[in-house]
Design a protein around this ligand. Structure first.
Ligand code: NDP
Length: 385
């Protein structure tokens, strides 16, 4: 009998985190849930802890420590609070894989701590690679750590590469649904609302990534993520709009062969594959029916109207801390948009103006990333108007 894998889920109360718990619950013989964490949603964290009985829970917001501790006092569960605790608990000897399902820059430090503790990473938190891809991939290599992608496009590429590790990639195509505003002009985008931006046609996700999908920033972040995960040049990464979200991405090899990975859009599949690789476990997820999709269509992305996608290519060319600054500006802008403080098109404006205001640092250290993040947030906040 194979040993169970000890799992830590950072961000168990989010969209990816809750789906990961469903996956883990379905295979008790494969997984041993060790750690779950949340930022502020103490109620759901407590419910999850009582149901799934992990070894440890962490609530990042220290003010909520008492509430979580009291609720779990008669369970054999360790309770910690605070940002630093996130980085400490992942070092536990019982943890084999850390699923980084928290949103935003906050994922960077615990992911780095997990890598340094030689834990394999199931990476949903793409912002970690966007902020510090150079450092993270170097540390993962030096510590003999594997990073298994959870993002459906990167999981697709990863699955296409199984058995192909000797064969160089000529190019990859990341597919994009195009989001709720596919085909819109700048004029039309001026009038879009938050409710429209949050209404993604194919995927049900957390608020930040849903807005990023509407602005095409998500695809831009994925281009940067792919650059680091698969060690590619920007010119080897292409984006193709595929509104049905059935082809999850494609790899083109040097002989011209293209491999695609397909299936119904369901994040549980890439989450599960990241946790069970190289094994595939049977599931009862709904199956794809060709007759439901008689047409799969593909279009060029509009990088002029959706300039965030172009910004992602620009920061890859700039290197250094440029993509860290872009990520910080985007987090500030998306938060302000969700708080009804700016319009949809302001997101791209703030991203672009922040990038133009930052001085780049090549071959950055972790401190350079941290300082750039702080500075870019300050600059972006100034541009909110
Ligand atoms: P959600 O907003 O649904 O969940 C975010 C999780 O992170 C919650 O558990 C939240 O806790 C926690 N969290 C938020 N801020 C902090 C913080 N400062 N410190 C500690 N924990 C924090 O996000 P998603 O699940 O949608 O996305 C998570 C990551 O996965 C993102 O990086 C996203 O880009 C990526 N991803 C998501 C996909 C999806 O389908 N949702 C698809 C592919 C990638 P709390 O509930 O307490 O706020």
């Amino acid at each position: 009998m194979q040993q169970k894998k000890g799992i830590a889920i950072l961000g168990s109360t989010g969209s990816i985190g809750t789906q990961a718990l469903e996956v883990i619950e379905a295979y008790p013989e494969h997984f041993d849930l060790q750690i779950i964490t949340a930022n502020k949603n103490a109620d759901l964290l407590i419910q999850q802890a009582i149901k799934h009985q992990p070894n440890t829970v962490v609530i990042a917001d220290e003010d909520l420590f008492g509430k979580v501790k009291d609720a779990l006092w008669d369970h054999d569960i360790h309770v910690y609070a605070g940002e630093d605790a996130l980085s400490q608990v992942v070092e536990s000897n019982e943890v084999n894989i850390v699923l980084t399902a928290m949103v935003g820059y906050a994922g960077l430090k615990p992911t780095l701590a997990a890598i340094r503790a030689k834990k394999n990473i199931a990476l949903a938190n793409k912002e970690t690679l966007v902020v510090a891809g150079e450092l993270i991939t170097k540390e993962a290599f030096e510590n003999g750590v594997n990073i298994y992608p959870v993002d459906s496009e990167h999981s697709a590429i990863f699955q296409c590469l199984v058995g192909e590790f000797q064969n160089p990639i000529e190019k990859i195509y990341l597919t994009a649904s195009g989001g709720p505003f596919r085909g819109f002009s700048i004029e039309q985008l001026k009038a879009v609302t938050k409710a429209q931006a949050l209404d993604h046609p194919n995927w049900n996700m957390g608020a930040k990534i849903t807005i990023d999908s509407a602005s095409m920033m998500n695809k831009g972040l994925e281009v940067i993520e792919a650059r680091w995960l698969f060690n590619l040049k920007p010119s080897q990464i292409d984006v193709i709009v595929h509104p049905q979200s059935i082809v999850h991405s494609l790899v083109q090899f040097e002989d011209g062969c293209m491999k695609a990975q397909m299936g119904l859009p369901d994040m549980k599949l890439p989450i599960q594959y990241a946790l069970t690789y190289p094994e595939r476990l049977p599931t009862n997820f709904p199956r794809f029916n060709f007759m439901d999709y008689p047409e799969l269509t593909f279009e060029q992305p509009d990088k002029t109207t959706f300039a965030n996608l172009q910004l992602a290519y620009d920061v890859l060319e700039m290197g250094g801390v440029a993509s860290c600054a872009l990520n910080a500006a985007n987090e500030i802008a998306v938060k302000a948009f969700l708080e009804d403080r700016i319009s949809f098109l302001d997101i791209t404006r703030i991203n672009s103006e922040t990038l133009n205001s930052i001085s780049n640092i090549q071959r950055p250290s972790i401190e350079d990333y941290v300082e750039t993040d702080i500075l870019a947030r300050k600059i972006a906040t100034g541009f909110l108007g």
